[in-house]
Design a protein around this ligand. Structure first.
Ligand code: ATP
Ligand code: MG
Length: 237
């Protein structure tokens, strides 16, 4: 089985005055199809930078990322944008909802970008929204929703076009325990499909058990690759 993503000797530096700071040091990792992989580690260790480099939002300083049979370094910026739009669903810390669109319209955006007609796209978005506890809120504007409800709109938007890879940065951070579990159950189902993969950055130890594998980062490096049970056991010691 092909990996969803293979990361080889990835280095990322950011400019800092006349110098540069290295934030990712020689990262090697595999994100496998049919798995839910979590990426954990302290604040500032490079998790968001790594998932941004894996998904081609940030370009690597050196090293390679192969993702869903594409080598990022061989793609133009425009190709990367089109590829991301079609194949990756993002759930990021900022929800980036469009203020003039309803919850259903926001969640339908990836389908509309793919050419699905507005009404059908909104209907498909409503189904997912209702599945994650948004009954009665699908026609509201973002400013009429709580933070956790806005996050659920962003989650529905990431899932609506059935992307092969879902990349999430703290998807449960703004959610109560029950909604967080509901969202994780959806992501778990997606990762059970052998042709899809889910990659989640999280600090939330209440959701670790949904993972197949946990990659631990520290200071710009991956310092451990664990089966979930082994990681949970280690954390309890
Ligand atoms: N655009 C940037 N320019 C310069 N430095 C950056 C940039 N983005 C991130 N960094 C630095 O890279 C390091 C890693 O940041 P990153 O956001 O990846 O951490 P993180 O593990 O996601 O942290 P958190 O858990 O707080 O979200 C930090 O020291 C951060 O200050
Ligand atoms: Mg982060």
């Amino acid at each position: 089985m092909q990996n969803a993503a293979t990361i080889s000797h990835l280095i990322k530096e950011f400019p800092a005055g006349d110098e540069s700071i290295r934030v990712l040091h020689d990262i090697n990792a595999e994100i496998r199809m049919g798995e839910l992989t979590m990426l954990v580690g302290p604040s500032g260790c490079g998790k968001t930078t790594l998932i941004s480099a894996i998904s081609g939002i940030l370009s690597a300083t050196s090293g390679e990322v192969d993702i869903l049979s594409h080598r990022l370094s061989r793609m133009s910026d425009k190709e990367k944008v089109l590829f991301r739009r079609e194949s990756i669903g993002f759930i990021f810390q900022q929800y980036n909802l469009l203020p003039a669109l309803t919850a259903a319209e926001n969640a339908a955006m990836p389908l509309i970008a793919a050419g699905v007609l507005d009404e059908e796209a909104a209907d498909r978005a409503r189904v997912i929204l209702e599945h994650i506890g948004m009954q009665g809120h699908t026609e509201k504007l973002p400013r009429q929703l709580s933070g956790g409800q806005q996050q659920r709109v962003a989650i529905a938007r990431a899932l609506v076009h059935n992307p092969k890879l879902i990349v999430c940065d703290e998807p449960t951070a703004a959610l109560d325990a029950k909604t967080g579990q509901a969202v994780m159950e959806i992501l778990r189902d997606i990762a059970n499909d052998t042709n899809r993969a889910v990659l989640i950055v999280t600090h939330d130890n209440r959701i670790y058990h949904f993972a197949d594998r946990i990659l631990e980062m520290s200071d710009g490096r991956i310092i451990g690759d664990y089966a979930t049970d082994a990681f949970i056991h280690k954390e309890k010691l």
